[in-house]
Design a protein around this ligand. Structure first.
Ligand SMILES: Cc1cc2nc3c(=O)[nH]c(=O)nc-3n(C[C@H](O)[C@H](O)[C@H](O)COP(=O)(O)OP(=O)(O)OC[C@H]3O[C@@H](n4cnc5c(N)ncnc54)[C@H](O)[C@@H]3O)c2cc1C
Length: 403
């Protein structure tokens, strides 16, 4: 399965990361984490904070799956609005899900603050604009629901948007407490710190199969075996090859990064906010610490590398056009990087975290599928670390595979 094309931004601009060995022996551990992307790094970090004897393996290098494509928007609001979640799951569950997302942002901030390199974690507001005037009633309903439940949001009318941004839109919700980071450096930073606490990390080591042997789970990596009391499958979209989940779908999404731009390029971009919209699929934009603009979107149903790469030049031009429509003064600014990556989604918009039928009870899956994969990864990491360390996890019911 293709996961991410070449020419992604973060890996190209990062300092050379620490490298890790290939597994060359049989091992035993308390927890085996399969996958060294965002989800695997988050759960391994929390386990190492609790001094759990953990091994992490990845069949590629660290953060070279979908995490390399991630443009690093961190938002508590989801592809599915709070109002829609409350209608689908019930008021109490929908609200609990949104609160969990907001707490995940705080937890991500805490983890970034503890790293030698904070991976450019910055709190940012988000502007969520109505793509069409007829989206305004749903936008207003969402604002009222969020406000009523204590989330820090404002509603902006057209005049206020034009005063603060280079573009005009019929209305928007302004979220005060979102954030951004560099996902590639963040994952490397988390794993560097976890390794210093004793995490054993092996890259270019693929897990092929699993069996149970008395009190242990046994995983095969081709030439070697890993015996573990617990396992966490954080294999991203490729978890579908380990166990296909009928409630999951994998599609593709695209992104570009401009070269670093002079300060005047950001006139008409209030507070360097994150920007997204009510249309589906939506366009999403942010700026970076080195003064680039990142634009993502134009999701498509392709999943083959050849198709994505064939579509990439056209999608790159469409993303640039969309950026110039919002910020006409950018003129002929081009894309220095353009890439596409696999994006998982679930049938109801929530991630899937927990046990799956057909696998032993001590085998946990964390599928942070959706545009909010980092926040979902944080929720999953907390849930699974709580299960393993405390034997229980408060909001596990929300994310069950069989919900
Ligand atoms: C263009 C684009 C933009 C995005 N923007 C955002 C954004 O702004 N904000 C956001 O929150 N999310 C965003 N996402 C989604 C985000 O990238 C993902 O949700 C998240 O990074 C996935 O992390 P992961 O750890 O689940 O998966 P991955 O990063 O894919 O990691 C899984 C790892 O498991 C390894 N693996 C798989 N199978 C095996 C095996 N059998 N044995 C050993 N290792 C294995 C893989 O090599 C891989 O490294 C974006 C995605 C794309 C494509």
């Amino acid at each position: 399965m293709y996961i991410c094309s070449e020419n992604t931004l973060w890996k190209a601009i990062a300092p050379p990361p620490r490298s890790y060995p290939i597994l060359e022996e049989d091992l035993e551990c308390d927890v085996l984490v399969i996958g060294g992307g965002m989800c695997g790094a988050l759960v391994a970090s929390l386990l190492m904070e609790q001094q759990v004897d953990t091994v992490l393996v990845d069949k590629r290098g660290i953060a070279e799956g979908s995490t390399a494509a991630n443009i690093g928007l961190l938002q508590f609001s989801n592809d599915k609005s709070l109002s829609a979640c409350m209608r689908t799951f019930g008021e109490e569950r929908g609200l609990r899900f949104y609160r969990r997302c907001a707490e995940a942002l705080d937890e991500l901030e805490r983890l970034a603050a503890g790293l030698a390199d904070r991976a450019d974690f910055v709190r940012r507001p988000s502007l969520y604009f109505a793509s069409e005037a007829n989206h305004l009633p749903a936008l207003r309903e969402e604002y009222e629901t969020l406000k009523q439940h204590g989330f820090a949001v404002d509603i902006w009318d057209q005049d206020r948007i034009t005063e603060h941004y280079a573009f005009s839109k019929p209305g928007a919700i302004y979220y005060h407490d979102d954030a951004e980071l560099d996902p590639y450096r963040f994952v490397h930073g988390l794993l560097d710190a976890a390794r210093d606490r004793g995490l054993r990390i092996y890259t270019h080591t693929e897990v092929f199969g699993q069996a149970e042997d008395r009190d242990a789970l046994v995983f095969h990596t081709g030439r070697h075996r890993i015996r573990a009391k617990y396992a966490v499958c954080a294999a991203g979209c490729e978890a579908q090859q380990i166990k296909r989940t009928p409630n999951a779908e994998v599609t593709s999404t695209f992104a570009i990064a401009t070269p670093s731009l002079p300060a005047e390029a950001f006139k008409g971009w209030h507070a360097r906010s994150l920007i997204w919209e009510t249309a589906r699929p939506y366009l999403y934009l942010r700026t970076t610490a080195d003064n680039r603009i990142l634009v993502g979107g134009l999701d498509d149903s392709f999943t083959l590398r050849s198709e994505c790469e064939r579509m990439l030049p056209r999608k790159r031009e469409l993303l640039l056009e969309a950026m110039r429509r919002l910020f006409p003064a950018l003129g002929e600014v081009t894309a220095e990087y353009a890439w596409c990556g696999a994006l998982g989604s679930s049938h109801d918009g929530m991630p899937m975290i927990g046990r799956q039928a057909g696998f032993p009870g001590r085998c946990y899956f964390m599928l942070g599928y959706g545009g909010n994969g980092t926040v979902y990864g944080m929720i999953g990491a907390k849930l699974i670390a709580d299960w393993i360390v405390e034997g229980q996890s408060p909001d596990a019911d929300l994310f069950r595979f069989d919900r």
